[in-house]
Ligand binder design. Structure first.
Ligand code: GLN
Length: 316
């Protein structure tokens, strides 16, 4: 349905030209970032990869660079697990996790005690671990059912977990173990922490390329409706709220900066991927593994800043 390199234009804006121009500019910049090293397997990826793919709701699509190479989407998967859990639990989900930016690092433990084990939002690790617990309680075969959900949104049966990445993180994921056990001690994890963490590491290990990622997130540009089969993945109100959370919490303690410089709801992962959504217009995926000090892709942030500046379109 979506063919690469189809002209992608909104009246007055030629996205294709802008992407090409900005890609070249950002690609030639010096990149002070470093790939994530705390998950050993992520360090084996060629850090010079840089891909971008834009898919619009009117079926335009355009990609540059390493946009067909699969990478580990890591925390971007937290938006998908939230979407599935939100659909199941509805507004009750907010009894278990908050909707406030944390202003702390993605793996921080410091607020949990004062907050009685209710993580500030679903996109920091503690929040995503609680969402994983909710899915474990509500899905018959969590790992298979979650993957089926992701595949059904994208109509792409090839999307899969990476057992190598999941095992690599599991071997060293001591902070996440600490987070999960601490939340359990405060009464906000119902299942066995080891099972919750296994599922969490699996969902973080999802792999796909920029084209697949941008297609996958189109439902959030489309009021929660799957563009492929027109089914509702989440309600219109839920889609609005998920976008609001991406806008305010999608980049941890750099969320304000992303809103300020890019002006779109988005979500990053330590694999170097970023997805950004322009409601009613497009989803754009960027991948470059070197991260800035906040754990977000350096070139990815720079690219999106220039992209929305040049296209003069953002949600603001
Ligand atoms: N799996 C990673 C972790 O739990 C995800 C972090 C991220 O992408 N920001 O640390």
């Amino acid at each position: 349905m979506y063919k690469p390199n189809q002209p992608v234009k909104t009246p007055g804006v030629n996205y294709q030209d802008i992407i090409q121009e900005v890609y070249q500019k950002v690609n030639s910049m010096e990149d002070p970032g470093q790939p994530a090293s705390y998950i050993p397997e992520l360090e084996t990826v060629d850090a010079d990869n840089f891909g971008v793919y834009l898919t619009t709701l009117d079926q335009g699509a355009f990609g540059v660079g390493n946009c067909y190479e699969a990478f580990s989407i890591q925390s971007i998967a937290k938006v998908l697990s939230l979407s599935l859990a939100y659909g199941i639990l509805g507004e009750h989900i907010w009894n278990r996790v908050g909707v406030e930016p944390s202003g702390t690092a993605f793996n921080s433990l410091i607020q949990l005690d004062a907050d009685n084990g209710i993580p500030r939002n679903p996109f920091i690790n503690s929040g995503a671990i609680v969402i994983s617990d909710i899915l474990l309680s509500n899905l018959e075969n969590p790992k298979e059912d979650f993957l089926a959900f992701v595949r059904s949104i994208s109509k792409n049966p090839a999307i899969n977990y990476s057992p190598t990445i999941a095992a690599s993180e599991k071997a060293v994921g001591f902070r996440n173990v600490a987070l999960c056990n601490f939340i359990k001690s405060l009464g906000n994890i119902n299942n066995d922490p080891a099972e919750v963490l296994d599922f969490y590491f699996d969902l973080c290990s999802l792999e796909m390329n920029c084209k697949e990622l941008s297609e996958l997130f189109l439902f959030l540009a489309n009021n929660g409706v799957n563009v492929f089969d027109k089914s509702a993945i989440v309600t219109k109100s839920q889609s609005k709220r998920i976008n609001a959370l991406m806008q305010t919490c999608g980049f941890y303690d750099e969320s304000g900066e992303f809103a300020f410089k890019v002006g779109l709801p988005g979500k990053s992962g330590v694999g170097g991927g970023i997805i950004a959504v322009h409601p009613n217009q497009y989803a754009i995926a960027v991948w470059s593994p070197k991260l800035n000090t906040k754990g977000n892709s350096y070139k990815g942030m720079r690219f999106l800043e220039e992209f929305t500046t040049k296209s003069q379109l953002s949600i603001f």
